[in-house]
Ligand binder design. Structure first.
Ligand SMILES: NC(=O)c1ccc[n+]([C@@H]2O[C@H](COP(=O)([O-])OP(=O)(O)OC[C@H]3O[C@@H](n4cnc5c(N)ncnc54)[C@H](OP(=O)(O)O)[C@@H]3O)[C@@H](O)[C@H]2O)c1
Length: 256
C-alpha cells in the first residue's frame, strides 16, 4: 500500500517536470480541450492559470477551481489586446513554465464557403486563432524567460496543412488561420531560440468537442482525455532540437 502511494507520488512528480511549483498558462479553458488541459495539469500538481472569455458562465471550470487553489481563473479574450496586456501586467514577475495557446474558433462554417465568403468572419477567425496566439505569447515572454522549462505552444490542426488539403476544400478562414499559425510560430521559434524559449506547434487530433460538432464531423473523434494525455507527453518531450514539425497528440507528424 505504502509502495503504491510512493509510486503515485513519483508519477505526479514526474508529470510536474521539475519538483516544486510548475506553472502552466492555458487559454480558452471553459470547455473542450482547454478545460481538459486544466483538469490534467492541475491533477498532476501544477499551478494552472486558466483563462476564459467569460468566467461568469464558465461553471465547470469555476467548480474545478473551487476545489483546487492552484487553479487561477482569469478573464481573457485573446482578440482584446488591452486585456492581454493587462493580464500580463498582473502576472509580471510570475514565472510561467509552459504557455498553451489553446483558444480557437472554427467560426461560422457557411460563411467560410466559396460562394458565400464573408470578409468579417474570415478576419475574425484569423484574429483569434493566429494573431491572438502570437500576441498572448509576446505578452508573456518575460514570464517564460523566468520559467524553468520555457515552452510555448500553438494549437494547430490538420485543416492547416497544405499537403492534406487536396482531399477537400471549405473552412477557408479556419484553414488559413491554422496555416498562418504554423508559419508564425516557426518564425517565433527562430526569433526566440537564442534565448532558450522553445516554440512548438501541436495538434489535438479529431476530438469530440463543440468545435468538432460544429464542423459537421461529430462522432468520429477521440475523447478530450485521450487527446490531452497525448499532447501533455508531446509537450513534455519537445525540445529546441525537435520543435521543427507540427506534432499530433499521438506523436504523428502533420505535414506542412
Ligand atoms: N476539436 C478538434 O477536433 C480540434 C482539431 C484540431 C484543432 N483544434 C483546436 O484545438 C483548440 C481547442 O478546440 P476545442 O475543440 O476544445 O474547441 P471548443 O470546444 O470550441 O473550445 C474553444 C475554446 O476556445 C475559446 N475561444 C474562442 N475564441 C476565443 C477568444 N477570442 N478568446 C478567448 N477564448 C476563445 C472558447 O471560449 P468561448 O466558450 O468563450 O467561445 C473555448 O473555450 C482550438 O484552437 C482548435 O482550433 C481542435
Amino acid at each position: 500500500m505504502r509502495v503504491k502511494g510512493l509510486l503515485g507520488g513519483l508519477l505526479a512528480w514526474a508529470l510536474c517536470g521539475v519538483a516544486g511549483a510548475s506553472t502552466v498558462l492555458v487559454t480558452g479553458t471553459n470547455r473542450g480541450i482547454g478545460l481538459e488541459f486544466v483538469r490534467q495539469y492541475a491533477g498532476a500538481g501544477w499551478t494552472v492559470i486558466a483563462t476564459v472569455r467569460n468566467p461568469a458562465t464558465a461553471t465547470e471550470l469555476v467548480a474545478l477551481a473551487a476545489g483546487n487553489p492552484k487553479i487561477r481563473v482569469e478573464k481573457l479574450d485573446v482578440t482584446d489586446v488591452a486585456a492581454i496586456e493587462a493580464l500580463a501586467a498582473k502576472y509580471r514577475g510570475q514565472p510561467i513554465d509552459i504557455l498553451i495557446n489553446n483558444a480557437g474558433t472554427l467560426g461560422d462554417v457557411p460563411k467560410q464557403k466559396i460562394g458565400a465568403l464573408d470578409q468579417a468572419e474570415f478576419l475574425a477567425v484569423i484574429n483569434a486563432n493566429t494573431f491572438g496566439a502570437l500576441k498572448v505569447s509576446e505578452a508573456f515572454k518575460p514570464n517564460l524567460l523566468a520559467g524553468k522549462t520555457r515552452k510555448v505552444f500553438g494549437m494547430s490542426s490538420g485543416l492547416g496543412s497544405s499537403a492534406q488539403t487536396a482531399r477537400r476544400g471549405d473552412f477557408y478562414g479556419y484553414r488559413a488561420s491554422k496555416a498562418a499559425l504554423n508559419v508564425s510560430f516557426r518564425a517565433l521559434a527562430a526569433d526566440w531560440r537564442a534565448e532558450g524559449i522553445m516554440v512548438g506547434i501541436i495538434a489535438p487530433g479529431m476530438v469530440e468537442t463543440d468545435l468538432l460538432r460544429a464542423s459537421g464531423f461529430p462522432g468520429r473523434g477521440i475523447t478530450v482525455e485521450q487527446s490531452v494525455r497525448g499532447m501533455m507527453q508531446i509537450i513534455d518531450g519537445m525540445t529546441l532540437e525537435s520543435n521543427d514539425k507540427v506534432i499530433n497528440y499521438d506523436g504523428s507528424v502533420i505535414p506542412w
